[in-house]
Design a protein around this ligand. Structure first.
Ligand code: ATP
Length: 255
């Protein structure tokens, strides 16, 4: 008898279980760190509390993020193992739709082998240029002690806007001290990254990233600089965080 696990699309946790499968496959392929599995679990818990759906506060943040990425002089997408495993294909599309952007690999739990596995995976998704992997181009971010104190002198170091989904708080704070505009995707509105970023998309990256790509394409065709500025200036990150927390409180009680 074939006892292989098959998850039927009708399963109420189908999307969540498929995301879990992607992370586990990424772990087996040497793309995701063991610690990345735990970080994913923390995300799942918060996703449950927002009903595993993209909420209005996330949609507004996505519009502001799309606008910021379009008006930035040099936006850089920072990628770790979880991001590569969950949505490496969309990162590649974001990089091609924003022609003046770059992609940089940045690992908290660094090994040369994992960096190479991520590079190979992103190449399969069509990315030809990735920063952060050539040691001769790495420079230190002040005030950071972890492996991720290093950034590429041609990438994040020069960027005016940095997109850092699923990011560690120390690093986000260091990027803010370097006067970067920081955009993140993070399901936990209480994380330091969520709290200090300029634009926090409180949603599962698996749902948010395709929407971000869609909004970038839309605004590229339809919106001028003033309209994009208005979406950025009209977005209130503190408000989005408190709306997410309010929903989590109500959601947690009513389930
Ligand atoms: P911080 O250092 O910012 O205070 P942390 O220590 O929880 O927070 P990490 O574990 O380094 O941060 O980062 C992982 C973050 O990403 C967590 O806040 C987690 O909730 C969130 N996360 C995990 N998986 C997803 C996902 N699929 N989509 C969106 N967010 C996620």
């Amino acid at each position: 008898m074939n006892r292989e696990l098959v998850i039927p699309p009708s399963h109420p946790r189908y999307a969540s279980l498929m995301g879990r499968e992607k992370i586990v496959t990424g772990f087996k392929d040497g793309v995701v760190a063991a610690e990345g599995l735990i970080a994913h679990g923390r995300g799942e818990c918060f996703d449950y509390l927002i009903g595993e759906q993209t909420q209005d506060f996330a949609l507004r943040a996505i519009d502001a993020a799309a606008s910021q990425l379009l008006i930035a002089s040099y936006p850089v997408f920072s990628i770790n193992g979880n991001v590569a495993a969950l949505c490496g294909d969309i990162i590649s599309s974001l990089n091609s739709v924003i022609e003046h952007s770059a992609v940089e690999i940045n690992l908290f739990y660094y090994t040369r082998e994992r960096e190479q596995n991520i590079t190979n995976m992103l190449r399969k998704h069509g990315l030809t240029k990735m920063l952060g992997t050539d040691p001769s181009n790495l420079v230190k971010i002040p005030e950071l002690e972890s492996n991720r104190r290093f950034v590429d002198s041609r990438g994040i170091f020069q960027a005016d806007t940095v997109f850092v989904p699923l990011e560690d708080g120390d690093r986000t704070m260091a990027l803010k001290k370097m006067n970067k505009k920081v955009i993140t995707i993070d399901l936990n509105p209480l994380s330091r990254t969520s709290q200090v970023s300029d634009i926090t998309i409180i949603d599962n990256i698996v749902r948010a990233i395709p929407l971000l790509l869609e909004r970038i394409k839309f605004h590229k065709q339809n919106s001028n600089y003033d309209q994009l500025r208005e979406l950025i200036d009209g977005f209130d990150n503190k408000r989005a965080l408190s709306q997410a927390l309010d929903l989590m409180r109500v959601g947690a009680v009513s389930r």
